[in-house]
Design a protein around this ligand. Structure first.
Ligand code: BJW
Length: 241
């Protein structure tokens, strides 16, 4: 059983203005690899090739091979106890705002209704000609790299480095961070901006800032409470859900 302060328990029970920001560590126990760190996707330094528009322009097939492998892997993963606890807590406290950097869809699969997705969706594709996106959950895709009906290349509908976040998503998340009483930063290395600015915004506005992670991050020194535990273990204990 994870230990929490009385202040944190009180804020969770009250449930007014809670924001949860999740990152790749949230889905680690579902079997989804993280990006950074040991056995992360980018331990080989391939980020520039795989998660930038320039990398895609250079070699769309290589980028799509990587995304296709992730789509296949994630389509076999299920939400873990942490996703489920957040979904149940959100049902009990509809004011809660769930903001995710993850593109795996596991919060929605757990039953979380309104998720602010900052970095897109792995199971959507976008036409590189007209920019229109649509859901495509087919696994495997019939051709790699996939093409739109108009003949242009399709790309994953995710946010790569140097790209803007989906319209309105960051504004909505920032507004929620400004107004919240309790901000939970869960399973994120807290180094990718602008998402990494959200806990800072909440803290500046007086929110109680809590980090849940298996190791310390650059956010740890400014957090009011750091819970060093896996999200799938800490969240059911904390949220009582
Ligand atoms: C566990 C666990 C368990 C493990 N339980 N925990 C300001 C300052 C500096 C730089 C910038 C800035 N503003 C913008 C930038 C540039 C850039 C950036 O931030 N770079 C930094 C890395 C230096 N940001 C951008 O480019 C963003 N766009 C932007 O700002 O647009 C405006 C603009 C445009 C043009 C010019 C200038 C500005 C876009 C960022 C897009 C990020 N995209 C990715 C890929 C998404 C698609 C895909 O999935 O393929 O998003 S990168 C990758 O990182 C992915 C993630 O969502 C994101 C964050 O990673 P996350 O979730 O934190 O995962 P990890 O792996 O890093 O960490 C996992 C954590 O879990 C670890 O801490 C573990 O310990 C922990 N953990 N098991 C709990 N069981």
């Amino acid at each position: 059983m994870t230990a929490f302060s009385a202040r944190l328990r009180e804020l969770v029970e009250r449930g007014r203005g809670v924001v949860a920001l999740t990152g790749a560590g949230m889905s680690a126990e579902s079997g989804v690899p993280t990006f950074r760190g040991q056995s992360g996707f980018w331990e080989d330094g391939s980020v520039e090739d795989l998660a930038t528009a320039a990398g895609f322009a250079r070699d769309p097939r290589r980028v799509w091979d990587w995304y296709e492998a992730r789509r296949i892997q994630i389509s076999r993963c299920a939400p873990n106890a942490g996703h489920l606890a957040l979904a149940r807590y959100g049902e009990m406290h509809p004011e809660m705002r769930l903001v995710t950097q993850n593109v795996d869809g596991l919060h929605a699969a757990a039953g979380s209704g309104r998720v602010i997705a900052l970095h897109g969706d792995l199971f959507r594709v976008r036409c590189t000609r007209d920019g229109l996106s649509r859901e495509d959950r087919r696994v495997p895709l019939p051709e790699i790299p996939p093409r739109c009906g108009c003949g242009a290349l399709l790309r994953p509908d995710v946010v790569w480095f140097g790209e803007l976040l989906p319209e309105g998503a960051m504004e909505e998340a920032t507004e929620a961070a400004r107004r919240c009483e309790l901000f939970l930063s869960i399973g994120t290395s807290a180094v990718v901006y602008p998402a990494a600015a959200l806990p800072e915004v909440a803290k500046r506005r007086g929110a109680y800032l809590v980090e849940i992670n298996i190791e310390e991050t650059p956010l740890s020194p400014v957090a009011d409470e750091v819970i060093l535990a896996p999200a799938a273990e800490a969240l059911p204990d904390l949220l009582g859900a």
